[in-house]
Design a protein around this ligand. Sequence first.
Ligand SMILES: [Zn+2]
Length: 455
Amino acid sequence: MSDAGWVVTIVDADVAGIRSDVRIEGDRIAGVGPTSSRRDGTVVRAEGAALLPGLHDHHLHLLAMAARDRSVDVASEPDAEAFDHRLRDAHRSLPAGSWLRVVGYDEAHGPLHPERLDALAPDRAVRVQHRTGSAWMLSSAGAAVAGVAAGWCHREDERLGRIWTGDGPPDLAAVGRRLAAYGVTGVTNATPSTDAASFELLAAARTEGAVHQRVMVTGGPGIMGLTPPGPLERGPVKIIVEDHDLPDPDQLAAWFRSAHRVGRPVAVHCVTRVAMVLALVAWEQVGSVAGDRIEHASVVPLELIDPLAALGVQVVTQPGFVHAHGDRYLRTVDAEDLPQLYRCASLLDAGSGGGGSTDAPVGPEDPWLAIRTATTRRTRHGQVLGATEAVSARTALDGFLSSPLAPGGPARSIHEGGPADLCLLDAPVDQVLAAPGSERVVATWIGGRLVHSRM
Ligand SMILES: [Zn+2]
């Protein structure tokens, strides 16, 4: 028996379509078999309900999720006046000396500059995150605390995230609990970290049990040779290709080559056509390795699908964006470009898609919402975006069951000797997939430990 001493028998579960008992001993699966095997320890009666290997979210940002819990979200505020009103209220309700964190700003809320924030929240350190998650506007007091010039700053989330005042470091326990309630047993923290400090925070959260989920970390090219501490697993190297700051093609190829040389795949952030083309050119020069992937692939012109598939590169997509942002896309994106947004089915058909993720907190964090949206392609207000890109709920779920280093690969299985990372649903899998939702998750085990239960 492994390190922990508990024994659990989950009786009469639907395991990949076969009614089975699953026995957990310590942190491993000790047996999967017909419903006649030994029943000792804690007995959980599944009564035919589906038991899945836990979900893996292939792209999210744990520390930013925790920071968002302490933020004022203005995404649903319609205009500048409503934005100002929210900020003034928030400023009044906060103790002196703590940050006012705001997320969800966009151009509909009017032009943003430090003087506007200073007037709304005098002497307050304020930081307003653009809805894309990659740019911040700081108030004068905020800029002074952060040690940067006032004005927009880009891709500073990690550094800003470490500057705490009054309210201390982010509370990862609440994030871990919510993920457990979705049946998520592992995540890939897809942040392009520039130093190891965020790894230390995540490692401590896992060691101390604030976060039970298995955490694979990425990190940017500057620290690609680094081995992350203790319980964290080393994932791909995260590389950002952004239109306002396009990397030199030779630099991009050099990063790919160096990552592969230290035995790591690359995870390349591409949200535009230009970024995709640049990344594909780099892969054509350097070649790809198993696990190389494109994050988001928000815009995929038809003619890039085959080259992508020929390279063997997988796309890690976020169907949840169609739900959360689809109404805006329909309003603002050129009609002829709409079919290129957040493709699923056409990438899967080409053999190049299917890694499921949420990009929380930029996208909604519930993977079941992403699964549902992948089947309906419906926006928050019920409009349909890219109907031909819809996939089955089974396919969308499998994207969240694929292995951390092979997003879009085959779904993991529940087998003897495997890790006891499990998610028990409230009905057989076909019934759940007819109406998928996180309320269908009854219990979650990670490494044999029950981390969520409404049994
Ligand atoms: Zn992200």
